[in-house]
Design a binder for this molecule. Structure first.
Ligand code: SF4
Length: 562
C-alpha cells in the first residue's frame, strides 16, 4: 500500500508530495502516533519555538484504515499549543479524513505562514493555494461548510475566533471539532482559513483479503447499539456518583442534572447524520430557539454549559454550543473561561455583571469576536485570573491553561492522573478511567489504589485506537482485529504485543516533545480548588491532597518510563 504526505509551505508556496515509508507506519501506526512523530521531526532541532511562529507546523493526519473501513474517519490535528505551550493533538469525525484518503493522502503537513489569508484546494495531485480574503476569510464555520460543499469540496476550517487569535480556537473537519489546545489558533496565525478536498473521488482499491474484513466490519458496526445512547446518559450517571463538577467545581452534584440530560436534550433532535462510511449515524442535529439548527450536544458540552455554570436551560446549552461551533471555539475552554467570569463577577473582581443564563450567550459571542471582556477571556481563564484576581483564592480550573472536563477526580480518582500529567493535560480522552470507576463502589473509586496501573493500561489501548482513526463510539473492532488488519496492510505479522510496544513508545515521544520544551514535573498538578478543597460524596468529605497526587503520579511516570 502507498502512503502519501502532502507538504505545503505557506512561506514559499512550495508544494511537495512524497511517500511515507511502511516502516514509519509500522512504528507510528497512523493518526495520533504519526502526528506526534511528524511534529517532532519538524521541531527537534529547535524544540523551544513559539507555537505562534512560522516554524510551528500543523500536522493533519488520518490512518491506513481511513477511506475504506467503516467509522475510521477521524482527522487528527497535531501541533504545539498556543494555549498550553506544549504538544497538543485533537481529533474529530465527519467526512474530511475519508475524502482526503480518497484523494490519495494520509497526511497534510503545513509549515510557514502566509502574508495574506489563503485557502488550499486539493483535487488529487492538483493542489492550489488561493487568496481567500474575499471568498472565505471572516466566514463562520457553518456558512463556510455549506458554501464549500455546494462547490463539491469537503472542508477542514477555522472560524473567526481563530482569525482573531483566541488561544483555544479550534479546527473543524466539517461540523466536527478538533479543538483542544487551540489547534485552530495556529492555523489562524498562519492565515490558512480552510483546506478543501474534492469530494466524490473513486473508492480506494483494497486487496481481496482486506475487502473481506471490511465487509464483515460493515455488517458488525451496522448491528451496534442504539446510536443515541452514546454519552448523554452519563449526565445522570456521573451526577449520581457525585462526581459531576458544579458551579465552577465548588460542588460535585447538580440538583438540575436531569433537566440537562438525555431525556430533555433528545426532544431537540431534528435530524441525525453520519460520518464518512459509518453505518451507525449518531451525529445529532439539535434546534434551539436562540440559534436554530446546528450540531448536537454531548455529555461534556451538556456539563460545561450546564452544571458548571449552574444553568438548567437546555435551550441555552444548545445555542451556546452552536455559537462555539460558528465562531470556531473549543467548548470546554470557552465554558471554563465563562465559569471563571461568573465567579469573578459575583466576587466583584471584574467590570462585568453576571446576568444569569443570557450571560452565557453574550460572553460566548464576546470571546468569539474577541471584543470587550472577551479579549482577556479568549486568552483562557488562567490569564484572566492572573490579570484580575491573582491575590484572591485560585478559582481558575485548569491544568496548564486547559480547563478541565466533566469528571471530578475527587470522586473518580484515576482521572487526576491524565489531567495532571497528560498527554495533553486537563484532558479526559487520553486515559478515561472514569468509565471503569463509575462501576466501582464509592470507597474504591475515591481511592488511589491501583489507579496508575489502570490509567497506564487505558492510555496504551487508547493510543492504538487513536492511531487507527477509528471512532471511539464504535465497539465492533477488537484489539485482535487491529493486529490482523495492520498485518494485512503492511504484509507482515504485527502482533498485539507489538502494537502495545509501539503505543508505549508513542506516549513517550509525546512527553519527550514536552520535556524538550522544558516541562517541569512539579507543574503536573491539579487546580488548587480540585486538589485541596473537599467535596461531599455520600455524606462524607472527600479530598485528594498534594501528597497523594504526587505518589500516584510517580507510579505512573515509572510505568510510562518518562
Ligand atoms: S459512531 Fe457516530 S461519531 Fe462515530 S463515526 Fe459513526 S456517526 Fe460518527
Amino acid at each position: 500500500m502507498e502512503f502519501k504526505i502532502l507538504e505545503i509551505d505557506l512561506n514559499s508556496q512550495e508544494i511537495n508530495i512524497r511517500e511515507i515509508s511502511e516502516k514509519k507506519i509500522e512504528n507510528y501506526l497512523g493518526g495520533r502516533g504519526l502526528g506526534a512523530k511528524l511534529l517532532h521531526e519538524e521541531i527537534k532541532e529547535n524544540p523551544k519555538i513559539n507555537p505562534l511562529s512560522e516554524k510551528n507546523p500543523v500536522i493533519i493526519s488520518t490512518s491506513p484504515f481511513t477511506g475504506y473501513f467503516p467509522s475510521a474517519n477521524r482527522t487528527w490535528v497535531t501541533t504545539l499549543s498556543p494555549l498550553t505551550n506544549y504538544y497538543t493533538t485533537s481529533s474529530g469525525g465527519s467526512h474530511f479524513a475519508g475524502e482526503l484518503a480518497k484523494n490519495g493522502y494520509i497526511v497534510i503537513k503545513i509549515t510557514g505562514k502566509s502574508e495574506r489569508p489563503v485557502h488550499i484546494e486539493i483535487n488529487g495531485e492538483k493542489i492550489e493555494i488561493k487568496n481567500t480574503e474575499e471568498e472565505y476569510w471572516g466566514k463562520k464555520v457553518y456558512d463556510l461548510i455549506e458554501d464549500a460543499r455546494e462547490k463539491g469540496y469537503e472542508p477542514l476550517s477555522i472560524g473567526p475566533a481563530a482569525e482573531k487569535g483566541v488561544k483555544y480556537a479550534g479546527t473543524f473537519p466539517g461540523y466536527r471539532s478538533c479543538s483542544r489546545g487551540g489547534t485552530g489558533a495556529v492555523l489562524g496565525y498562519k492565515k490558512l482559513k480552510t483546506i478543501l478536498v474534492k469530494k466524490g473521488k473513486k473508492d480506494l482499491g483494497v486487496s481481496s483479503d482486506l475487502k473481506e474484513i471490511v465487509n464483515e466490519k460493515f455488517k458488525e458496526v451496522a448491528n451496534e447499539r442504539e446510536p443515541r445512547q452514546k454519552t448523554l446518559p452519563l449526565v445522570e450517571k456521573v451526577n449520581k456518583a457525585e462526581s459531576y463538577p458544579t458551579n465552577n467545581w465548588k460542588k460535585s452534584k447538580f440538583k438540575d442534572a436531569s433537566k440537562t440530560g438525555l431525556k430533555t436534550l433528545k426532544k431537540h433532535i431534528v435530524k441525525t447524520k453520519s460520518c464518512f462510511k459509518c453505518p451507525i449515524g449518531c451525529q445529532d442535529v439539535m434546534k434551539s430557539k436562540y440559534t436554530g439548527k446546528g450540531d448536537g450536544v454531548e455529555y461534556e458540552i451538556a456539563w460545561a454549559l450546564g452544571a458548571n455554570l449552574e444553568n438548567k436551560d437546555e435551550e441555552i446549552i444548545i445555542a451556546a454550543n452552536h455559537l462555539c461551533d460558528q465562531y470556531g471555539l473549543d467548548v470546554l475552554n470557552t465554558a471554563g473561561a465563562i465559569a471563571w467570569a461568573k465567579e469573578a463577577s459575583e466576587k466583584g473582581l471584574i467590570d462585568y455583571k453576571w446576568k444569569g443564563k443570557e450571560s452565557i450567550l453574550e460572553l460566548t459571542k464576546k470571546i468569539g469576536k474577541r471584543e470587550g471582556i472577551g479579549k482577556v477571556l479568549g486568552e483562557g481563564s488562567r490569564k484572566a485570573h492572573e490579570k484580575y484576581s491573582k491575590k484572591d483564592e485560585d478559582f481558575s480550573i485548569d491544568v496548564r491553561r486547559m480547563n478541565l472536563p466533566a469528571y471530578d477526580p475527587r470522586g473518580l480518582r484515576g482521572m487526576s492522573l491524565t489531567y495532571s500529567q497528560g498527554p495533553r493535560y486537563g484532558c479526559h480522552l487520553k486515559s478515561w478511567t472514569a468509565g471503569m470507576e463509575l462501576g466501582q463502589k464509592t470507597e474504591e473509586r475515591t481511592s488511589p489504589k491501583g489507579k496508575p496501573e489502570i490509567s497506564y493500561e487505558i492510555m496504551i489501548k487508547r493510543i492504538i485506537n487513536d492511531s487507527t482513526s477509528i471512532c471511539s463510539f464504535v465497539n465492533s473492532y477488537s484489539r485482535e482485529d487491529y493486529a490482523e488488519i495492520y498485518s494485512k496492510i503492511l504484509g507482515k505479522e504485527i502482533t498485539m504485543e507489538k502494537l502495545k510496544k509501539r503505543a508505549h513508545e508513542i506516549q513517550k515521544l509525546e512527553r519527550k516533545i514536552d520535556i524538550e520544551r522544558g516541562i517541569n514535573k512539579e507543574n503536573d498538578i491539579l487546580p488548587k480548588r480540585v486538589l485541596e478543597k473537599p467535596v461531599e460524596i455520600n455524606g462524607e468529605k472527600v479530598k485528594i491532597g498534594k501528597k497523594q497526587l504526587e505518589k500516584m503520579n510517580k507510579e505512573l511516570y515509572k510505568l510510562r518510563e518518562i
